[in-house]
Write a protein that binds this ligand. Structure first.
Ligand code: HEC
Ligand code: HEC
Length: 481
C-alpha cells in the first residue's frame, strides 16, 4: 500500500460492488483471539530488579516549576476561577480536583456538558511530552487553551478571556507580560471562538481503520449511513473521526492584527496556568521508600517495610517480569510518553476515536503548537522540548497510531478511578483483567504485538494490584495566599 501504511497483521479490506452499492467486507485481524499462551518474560534477577527499581524511583527537580513566583500565583488563580466559563460554573479545578489527585472521579469529564473522555490527572505534568489522550497538544501551555474554548467544557472564547483578564487580573497580568495592546481590547468586542477545523486522516489511514474496526454495531451504522448518503463507508468513517466543519465565525473575520493581539494574550493565559500546573507534584510513595532501602542492600526482602511488604514485592516482580508492564509504564512516572493500542474495542455505535492518528494531525495544525504562529511555549522551553522536535518529523501515515492512546502515569491510581481513555474501567482490577485476558474482538487498528494474555492467577493479580497502589502518595502544589 502506498504512503508507507504498514498493515502489520495483514488485515485486508475487500470492496464488493453489487448493483452499484458499495459494500465492505470487514476482514478479521488474526492475532489476539488465538494466542492464549503465557507471556514468556522471565522474572528479573535481584540485580536487574534493583536497577529497574532505581529507574522508577521518583526524583523531582529541585524546583518543578522554574517560572517566577508571580506567574505561578496568577496561574493558580486562573486555574480555579469559574468566571472563565460561559455559565460561570466551570473552572479547570471543576474537573481537576486537588482532593482526587486532580481528577474528577467520573467516567468522563463534565463541564458545560458531559464529554467523551476520562479526565486524566495533572500530577507531574511538568515532565510530560504530549498532552491529552491523543497527544494533540505539544506543551502544557498549548494544552491549557483547549478546554477554555471547548463548548462542552468551559464554553468560553479567547476574546472573553481577554476581557476577564482586563477586568480582574490587569495588574498582575501586565506586570508579567506587558500592557494588553489596544487591538486586543477594542471596545467592539468579539466573543466568538474561531470555527473548529476538522483534522482529517488520509484516505489510507481511514481505510485501514475501517478494515480493522472491531465493533459490529459501528460497522453496521457506518454501512447504513453510507447507503443513505450515497457515500463510501470510508468517507463516513473519516467524517465521524474528524467531526464536522464549522462556518467561519465573527472571530475568523477579524482583521489579522486584532486576531494576533487576542491570540497573544490568550497564549500568555496558557503560560500562567502551565506555570501553576508545573508545581503539582507527587511526593514519595511507599514504593519510593522501598527503592531507597533496596539501594543499600542486596536482597529486596531486606528492604521491605511499611506499605511495601511481600505482596507488593511479588507484584513488582510481575510488573517488571511476566507482566512486561515496564515495556510501556517505565521511568519514575511509569510512562514512556508514547502512544499504544492496548486493544480496547470501540464502545459507541455512532462515533469512532482514532486516537493518536487524529491527535498528531491536530497538533501539527495547531497555531499554538511549537510550529504554530502563536507558539504557546516560550522560546527557552521550546529548545528543550522533546515533543517540539518530534512534531517536525512526525509520521502522519502510521497504521500504528490508529486506536493508540497515551500511556498514562500509574502514580496515584488510588485517587484517579475510573480508568482508561474513556473511563470504561471502574476499578484497577478491571484494567488488570483486560491485560490478563485481552479481548477476542478487534479494536480499531491493531492491538500492539507485544501484548499477550498474561494468564495470571487471581492471587497474582492481587499482588500486582497492591504493588500499583504502593505508587500513591500525597500531592504537593502551590497554594495561593
Ligand atoms: C469538563 C472537565 C474539564 C475541565 C473544565 C478541564 N479539563 Fe483538563 N481534561 C479533561 C479531560 C476529559 C481531559 C482529556 C481530554 C482528551 O484527552 O481528549 C483533560 C486533559 C487535560 C490535561 C492533559 C493531561 C495529560 O496527561 O494528557 C491537562 C494538563 C489538563 N486537562 C489541564 C486543564 C486545564 C489547565 C484546564 C482549565 C483551563 C482544564 N484542564 C479544564 C477535563 C477537563
Ligand atoms: C504496549 C504498552 C503497554 C503495556 C505493555 C502495558 N500498558 Fe498499561 N496502558 C497503556 C496505555 C496506552 C494505556 C491507556 C489505554 C487507553 O485508555 O486507551 C494504559 C492504561 C493502563 C492503566 C489505566 C490507567 C489510567 O489512569 O487510566 C493501568 C492501571 C495500566 N495501564 C496498568 C498496566 C499494567 C499493570 C501492565 C502490565 C500488566 C500494563 N499496563 C501494560 C500501555 C501499556
Amino acid at each position: 500500500m502506498k504512503n508507507g501504511i504498514k498493515l502489520s497483521r495483514g488485515a485486508t479490506l475487500v470492496l464488493i460492488t453489487i448493483t452499484g452499492v458499495v459494500g465492505y467486507y470487514f476482514a478479521t485481524n488474526s492475532g489476539q483471539a488465538s494466542t492464549n499462551k503465557v507471556s514468556p518474560t522471565l522474572p528479573l534477577s535481584d540485580d536487574a530488579l534493583k536497577a529497574a527499581t532505581q529507574s522508577m524511583r521518583a526524583r523531582h527537580p529541585d524546583m518543578s516549576s522554574d517560572s517566577t513566583a508571580n506567574m505561578i500565583d496568577l496561574g493558580s488563580k486562573l486555574f480555579v476561577d469559574k468566571g472563565f466559563s460561559s455559565n460561570g460554573e466551570v473552572a479547570c479545578s471543576t474537573c481537576h480536583q486537588p482532593e482526587t489527585s486532580f481528577t474528577d472521579s467520573k467516567p468522563t469529564g463534565a463541564g458545560i456538558a458531559v464529554g467523551g473522555m476520562n479526565t486524566p490527572t495533572i500530577i507531574n505534568a511538568y515532565a510530560g511530552h504530549w498532552f491529552f489522550w491523543n497527544g494533540r497538544a505539544d506543551s502544557l501551555e498549548a494544552q491549557a487553551l483547549g478546554p477554555v474554548e471547548n463548548p462542552g467544557e468551559h464554553g468560553f472564547s479567547r476574546g472573553q478571556v481577554v476581557r476577564r483578564l482586563i477586568e480582574h487580573y490587569k495588574t498582575p497580568y501586565e506586570a508579567l507580560f506587558g500592557p494588553i495592546p489596544p487591538e486586543a481590547t477594542n471596545s467592539e468586542q468579539v466573543f466568538a471562538r474561531p470555527a473548529s477545523k476538522p483534522a482529517r486522516v488520509s484516505h489510507e489511514v481511514a481505510a485501514y481503520a475501517l478494515a480493522t474496526l472491531g465493533s459490529p454495531i459501528l460497522q453496521k451504522s457506518i454501512l447504513h449511513e453510507a447507503q443513505s448518503k450515497s457515500l463510501q463507508p470510508v468517507e463516513i468513517l473519516e467524517n465521524m473521526a474528524a467531526g464536522s466543519a464549522e462556518k467561519p465565525t465573527a472571530f475568523d473575520q477579524l482583521p489579522e492584527v486584532r486576531k494576533a493581539a487576542i491570540n497573544n494574550v490568550f497564549r500568555n493565559f496558557g503560560r500562567a496556568i502551565a506555570a501553576f500546573e508545573r508545581t503539582v507534584v507527587t511526593t514519595d510513595a511507599s514504593f519510593d521508600r522501598f527503592a531507597d532501602r533496596f539501594s543499600g542492600v542486596d536482597n529486596p526482602t531486606q528492604a521491605l517495610g511499611e506499605g511495601f511488604g511481600e505482596p507488593e514485592l511479588r507484584g513488582l516482580r510481575i510488573f517488571t517480569g511476566r507482566g512486561n508492564c515496564v515495556l510501556c509504564h517505565q521511568g519514575r512516572l511509569f510512562t514512556d510518553q508514547q502512544f499504544h493500542n492496548i486493544g480496547l474495542p470501540p464502545v459507541k455505535s455512532d462515533s469512532v476515536d482514532l486516537g493518536r492518528a487524529q491527535g498528531m494531525l491536530i497538533a501539527r495544525g495547531s497555531e499554538f503548537s511549537c510550529l504554530g504562529t502563536f507558539a504557546a511555549q516560550d522560546t527557552a522551553r521550546m529548545t528543550t522540548s522533546e515533543s517540539c522536535h518530534e512534531l517536525k518529523f512526525i509520521e502522519t501515515e502510521s497504521a500504528e497510531a490508529v486506536g493508540a492512546f497515551k500511556t498514562p502515569t500509574l502514580r496515584n491510581l488510588r485517587d484517579t478511578a475510573p480508568y482508561g481513555h474513556d473511563g470504561r474501567f471502574p476499578r484497577v482490577r478491571d484494567v488488570l483483567n483486560h491485560y490478563n485476558n485481552l479481548g477476542t474482538v478487534n479494536t480499531v487498528g491493531h492491538t500492539e504485538d507485544s501484548l499477550r494474555p498474561l494468564v495470571l492467577s487471581s492471587g497474582e493479580l492481587d499482588d500486582l494490584e497492591v504493588f500499583l497502589m504502593s505508587l500513591s502518595s500525597t500531592v504537593d502544589f502551590y497554594k495561593a495566599h
